[in-house]
Write a protein that binds this ligand. Sequence first.
Ligand code: SAM
Length: 304
Amino acid sequence: MTVAFEHTSVLLEETVVALQPQAGMTYVDCTLGGGGHTEAILDAADCKVIGIDRDPSALKAAGERLARFGERFVPVRARFSEIAYVLADLGIDHVDGVIADLGVSSPQLDLAERGFSFRFAGPVDMRMDPDASLSADDIVNRWREEEIARVIFEYGEERRSRAVARAIVANRPITDTLQLAKIIAGAVGRTKGRIHPATKSFQGLRIAVNDELGEIERFLPAAIDVLRPGGRLCIITFHSLEDRLVKRFMAHESGREAPRDAFGHPVGTFRLERPRKSVTAPPSDPNPRARSARLRTAVRLPHE
Ligand SMILES: C[S@@+](CC[C@H](N)C(=O)[O-])C[C@H]1O[C@@H](n2cnc3c(N)ncnc32)[C@H](O)[C@@H]1O
């Protein structure tokens, strides 16, 4: 059975404008998902896109959607931190642009059986790659209370992380996501507005399960390594933890934070031009995911 893979891409036109795809060039979409960004790039120019994802269901859905592009689209199952190895395997030295639309896809969030959602009962899973060794079940049912509190505090930015971790450990075994959400809600108490009390804790667990921040930290320098001079790096982030990593990296690699010489020039070796101003979606965008999305673009300087 083919399950519909419905994901509305964010900042689609903005990403194509930022990437500036040209005929004959090669790009990497590091978060292929449903293939929305890749499709827009392939439609914009007679170029080639290598689409990476660690979720086989995304590769399957995107493969069907993008079949009309034939050999111009190359799907690869991998983690994006492995971009250099992916390209080496394909015999490619350098590419003309790299994009990443971070985080999870709508099907990952919305399908109960993927275990990301506090709205439905599903297994406590949260793995983007269903073959990965660590799942949310391991964390909530096996990790020490202090370690659970740490990921919920650091990655979920949940102020009541200690109370949440205590409640999780006291209620083991936890067998489904609805049970987990209720335990967390009981520990957090009321939250302001319409945000579910388990939102932050679920984000913290998900980031830990998928090592999302570690992946970004390893990916960013690897992406610059594979870009040709003038090549573009376009990254869409969805929360402050991701955005801070990307912003700091681009500032650092462009010498923005470097000491200056007597003429005001940054001192050191830098690989990126000064980053462009980040782009967000207009408030009228009907896609709720677009509200927190931010696109940052940087351009590769000539190799030293
Ligand atoms: C927000 S969705 C991308 C949606 C896509 N841009 C579109 O328009 O359809 C993010 C995708 O990136 C994948 N992903 C996230 N982190 C990854 C990583 N470190 N390595 C490989 N794939 C990753 C997820 O599995 C998910 O399918």
